[in-house]
Write a protein that binds this ligand. Structure first.
Ligand code: FES
Ligand code: FES
Length: 168
């Protein structure tokens, strides 16, 4: 079975040592996913696998045979930016933009985790529904670093998008 990347099947690399990050960037030429630390510490390489966020620098491409990968290039539908992409622009959620693809993919996965009721370190009640408070969002996005210090705009953009989705 091939790996599906942004809706298109792709052949897996012959070398089983190739990371998912290098596969996306160097073999498929999808350079939107960024390589920051290459050791699981910065979140720049975050992509979605079947809707769940993972660090692609810590994953081997061959592990994802038959799975569906979404990178930042797969979020804009028919030329329309994803609502979170638009919110990042509106709230100055980036400066250099290097961390942005990872922030956005991570936020989408994070919103799905809240929707499923997965608690975090700051959730008051481990069994109750989780509200997407700023404290929850900050805690859950703490694995995505921004060296430009755009965190306030990032949290504003995510918070606004999650509130709008809940109201819709
Ligand atoms: S490049 Fe993967 S976590 Fe930093
Ligand atoms: S916008 Fe530059 S690292 Fe986040």
């Amino acid at each position: 079975m091939p790996i599906i990347v942004n809706g298109s099947p792709a052949a897996l690399p012959e070398d089983p040592r190739v990371s998912l990050l290098d596969f996306l960037r160097e073999e498929l030429r999808l350079a939107g996913t960024k390589k920051g630390c290459n050791q699981g510490a910065c979140g720049a390489c975050t992509v979605l696998v079947d809707g769940e966020r993972i660090l692609s620098c810590l994953a081997l491409a061959v592990q994802y045979d038959g799975r569906t990968i979404t990178s930042i290039e797969g979020l804009a539908a028919e030329g329309e930016l994803h609502p979170l992409q638009m919110a990042f622009i509106e709230h100055d959620g980036f400066q250099c933009g290097y961390c942005t693809p990872g922030q956005i993919c991570s936020a989408i996965g994070m919103a799905a985790e809240i929707e499923r009721g997965v608690p975090s370190h700051v959730s008051a009640d481990l069994c109750a529904d989780v509200a997407p408070t700023r404290a929850e969002i900050r805690e859950r996005m703490s694995g995505n670093l921004c060296r430009c210090g755009a965190h306030n705009g990032i949290i504003d953009a995510i918070s606004e998008t999650m509130t709008a989705e809940k109201a819709a």
